[in-house]
Ligand binder design. Structure first.
Ligand SMILES: CC(C)(COP(=O)(O)OP(=O)(O)OC[C@H]1O[C@@H](n2cnc3c(N)ncnc32)[C@H](O)[C@@H]1OP(=O)(O)O)[C@@H](O)C(=O)NCCC(=O)NCCS
Length: 212
């Protein structure tokens, strides 16, 4: 870690960090049941229990092992994993009551019937085998009556292409400016290009996940 990374780290720990960050939010409305995906040979897809994380060689990534265990034990999120040879090869989280968007230091309550799919990770050696696409399709086939949200940064070309393939439309772009303890939120809706500047923190859940 160089000096500026170290400074940024400590400023962040003290709550004094400054940034401008953006996320593109995608949405797939509740709809007709989807057929289950074709799984790659030898793979099993399922939700993981807290006690299985170690035996399935949970690979870390977005959450370290203790945090992943804590998330599962809290009971308001599920981790879907693809498993092959007794090891987790990819995972994503299905957040069912609160969307915890670490990248923006944000927590937003989800309306009933909505979930937020987050923290997608495919281990490098398993990328481009269709695992991420199959995980999303698996959730869609299992829980078609849910409205599903997911998000990524604009620069994440693989995710942008994945959402396009899944036919999930971009719904809005959230920009957050953070200056120490101050924050500003701006929401741009992609359907009509309308922009809401200075969204209050309390209004964010409805902006992000409410009906249009
Ligand atoms: C993004 C990521 C989840 C994709 O996983 P994956 O299993 O390799 O993706 P898939 O094989 O299911 O690919 C589905 C589609 O996504 C797109 N895609 C995936 N990887 C891509 C890449 N490296 N470049 C361009 N497009 C890509 C393609 O359209 C692909 O379809 P195709 O193979 O028929 O062309 C994986 O690269 C990853 O874990 N990245 C690091 C973590 C990350 O960015 N997570 C997302 C946080 S929001």
């Amino acid at each position: 870690m160089n000096a500026s990374d170290l400074l940024a780290y400590y400023l962040h720990r003290l709550g004094l960090s400054c940034y401008r960050r953006q996320l593109v939010f995608y949405c797939r409305q509740a709809g007709a049941p989807q057929p289950p995906p074709q799984l790659p040979d030898g793979f099993e897809f399922r939700f993981v229990k807290p006690g299985e994380l170690e035996s399935l060689h949970y690979p870390g990534g977005w959450l370290k092992l203790p945090a992943a265990r804590q998330w599962l034990e809290r009971g308001d999120s599920d981790m879907l994993a693809s498993i092959q040879g007794g090891r987790i090869c990819s995972y994503l989280w299905v957040e069912r009551h609160i969307a915890r968007i670490d990248y923006l230091d944000l927590e937003a309550r989800l309306p009933p019937g909505h979930v937020y799919i987050s923290k997608v990770l495919v281990l490098p050696q398993w990328r481009r085998h269709g695992l991420a696409r199959a995980m999303y399709q698996f959730i869609l086939s299992r829980e078609p009556s849910l409205t599903m949200h997911s998000a990524c940064v604009k620069e994440n070309l693989p995710m942008l292409r994945l959402f396009a393939q899944l036919q999930w439309g971009p719904r809005l772009i959230l920009t957050v400016w953070k200056l120490a303890f101050l924050r500003w939120y701006r929401v741009e809706r992609t359907a009509d290009g309308s922009i809401r500047r200075h969204v209050r923190a309390g209004d964010l859940p409805a902006e992000l996940f409410g009906d249009d």
